[in-house]
Structure formats: C-alpha cells, structure tokens
Design a protein around this ligand. Structure first.
Ligand code: DQA
Length: 147
C-alpha cells in the first residue's frame, strides 16, 4: 500500500524554525523515519513538501486512485484554505490531519481547521513523533496489511 506524507508551507524549515514550538527534528529526519516506520507497517511511503497552496493541491490530485492514504500537515493553510479542503474531498482518499504543535493551545486563529471535517481524523501536539502516530492511524483505518 502506498502512502503519501505531505507537508505544507514553512515545514521545510523544521529543526531551525521556532524549535521551542516545533522541535529540533528536521523534515529530512521526519521523512526518513516515516519511510522506515511505514515499511514496518507494510506501507510504501513517499514524501513531498511545498510552500505553495496549488502545488499541495496538485499532489492530492496526483495521489487520487494511486495512493491509499495521506498524512497531511497543511501548516497555516489548515486555517485558511477552502481550496485545499476541496482537494482533500476530491481526492476521495483517507487523509489524517497532522500538526506537530497543539494548535488548540495556541493563538485563536489556529483553533479553526477548515480541513478537519473532510479528514478521517487528526493527530496533534506530539511533535515529530506524531507522524508515526498518524501512519499507525492510517494502518488502523485501512485495515491490516494483507501481505
Ligand atoms: C502546524 C501548526 C500551524 O498552525 C502552523 O501554521 C504551522 C505548523 C504544526 O505542525 O504544528 O505551520 O501545522
């Protein structure tokens, strides 16, 4: 089963960007861990990151019919993008919403997620380890590895 781990704006700076909030783990480290942990769950994980809303939408369109599930950290587009929400719906894929930080414990504008209602569920507040939890959630959602 193929899984896409998709990261949005500013997440390319993980490790150096506001480490008190987002931790010291780099995106490259997270992606390597997702690939390795995904393998142990029977997943073939591919990773992508973009700072551009349209590019994230393109990734979701390309995943349609090809990928079994998506872990999505949409960054700030979580709180603003109707287009991204529509792309999740259009993808007809199970998407797990992921945030490193607990957005509900932060500024009020981060309390709203436009994408949450069209995702199967969400993981937030567990830092970089949350990506493993999100992959496990997808494994649970998709059912046991047939292999
Ligand atoms: C984030 C939370 C968002 O509010 C923020 O804009 C991000 C990162 C997180 O992983 O905690 O860029 O998605």
């Amino acid at each position: 089963m193929k899984i896409l781990v998709l990261n949005g704006p500013n997440l390319n700076l993980l490790g150096t960007r506001e480490p008190a909030i987002y931790g010291h783990t780099t995106l490259a480290d997270i992606e390597a861990d997702c690939i390795a942990h995904g393998q142990s769950l029977g997943f073939e994980v591919t990773c992508a990151q973009s700072n551009h809303e349209g590019a994230l939408i393109d990734h979701l369109h390309a995943a349609r019919g090809v990928i079994s599930g998506v872990v999505l950290n949409a960054g700030a587009y979580t709180h603003t993008s109707v287009a991204l929400r529509d792309a999740i719906t259009a993808s007809e894929l199970p998407v797990v919403e992921l945030h490193l930080s607990n957005t509900h414990a932060r500024e009020s504008f981060r309390h709203v997620s436009l994408i949450a209602p069209v995702c199967v569920g969400g993981i937030q507040g567990f830092g970089a380890r949350g990506y493993r939890l999100a992959l496990q959630a997808l494994r649970f959602h998709l059912g046991p590895d047939p292999a």
